[in-house]
Design a protein around this ligand. Structure first.
Ligand SMILES: [Zn+2]
Length: 277
């Protein structure tokens, strides 16, 4: 059976990913343009943990057919026999970690955004589920990962690509604190005292922020290179985003209670460890 590493770049836009230079991730797979099931972090991750990767949005296909096709794809991803077994064991719990645990996987999650904390329903069925102390430190997450003879499922969420698009050694104090984007889940009172709209809706700053997200993706590509160095060749990778981000389109910024193509449009790539090919 394959190990499974599912890596989520929080808030990374499809066009930012395409603009970034990502030779390491390109070696895993071509990048696909997909659509998220949700416009913000928690419900999008819930869909992931139900085994639902971002969808194709193809016309002419029944939704029920697409759901079944996606569930059956887990047989290929995990290198297991028998699609009937996949359907039988996946439904009705509809929980990817429960399904994998039944197959003998050790299931571990390392998440970075506080809205995904271990007290939420998202932590169900994992053997280990940890909220990382920093929201933007994928390299620290990699230090938690230990592959062994038993198959592993590592579900990883990292926030270098989340506002304010800073790497773990960078100072974010020059950027406005935006409740709901950074901080409200750690300090609810902050959400009641928000007055940052005038600061953020500046066209030059919005463009700068988009470029910062591109730079964060390029940095993450170098971290994925480190992951590939110690991940066994029988490892399947899924790398995607939980939703996009608005950088001023139609007067909108961020993600969440927003219905806009650029919030639902995400990048998606998956494939076997390139060393195995
Ligand atoms: Zn998110």
């Amino acid at each position: 059976m394959n190990n499974l590493v599912w890596l989520v770049f929080d808030s990374a836009r499809y066009d930012a990913f395409v603009a970034a230079h990502t030779p390491v991730m390109n070696h895993i797979s071509m990048t696909d343009r997909r659509w998220s099931y949700a416009s913000w972090t928690a419900p999008s991750h819930l869909a992931f943990l139900m085994g639902a990767v971002p969808h194709h949005n193809k016309p002419g296909l029944l939704a029920s057919t697409q759901y079944a096709d996606e569930i059956l794809r887990w047989a290929e991803r995990l290198a297991i026999e028998g699609s009937n077994t996949v359907l039988r064991d996946f439904v009705p719990p509809l929980s990817l970690p429960a399904f994998l645990a039944k197959l003998g996987y050790r299931c571990e999650a390392y998440v970075s955004l506080p809205v995904l904390n271990p007290q939420t329903v998202l932590s169900a069925h994992f053997h280990t589920y940890e909220l990382m102390p920093e929201h933007n430190h994928l390299e620290a997450i990699l230090q938690r990962l230990e592959f062994s003879d038993e198959p592993s499922f590592f579900f990883l969420n990292t926030g270098e690509t989340h506002y304010p698009y800073t790497l773990h050694w960078e100072d974010a104090s020059n950027f406005p604190r935006i409740p709901g984007l950074n901080g409200v889940w750690r300090n609810p009172q902050e959400g009641l005292n928000s007055n940052c709209e005038k600061e953020i809706f500046n066209p030059h700053m919005l463009r700068t922020l988009w470029h910062r997200q591109v730079a964060a993706i390029e940095y993450l590509d170098t971290v994925v290179a480190k992951l590939l160095e110690f991940a066994p060749e029988n490892t399947w990778f899924i790398i995607t985003s939980d939703h996009g981000e608005l950088f001023g389109e139609d007067g909108l910024f961020g993600h969440g209670p927003i219905c806009h193509d650029k919030v639902f449009e995400v990048f998606f790539l998956e494939g076997q460890h390139p060393g195995a090919c």
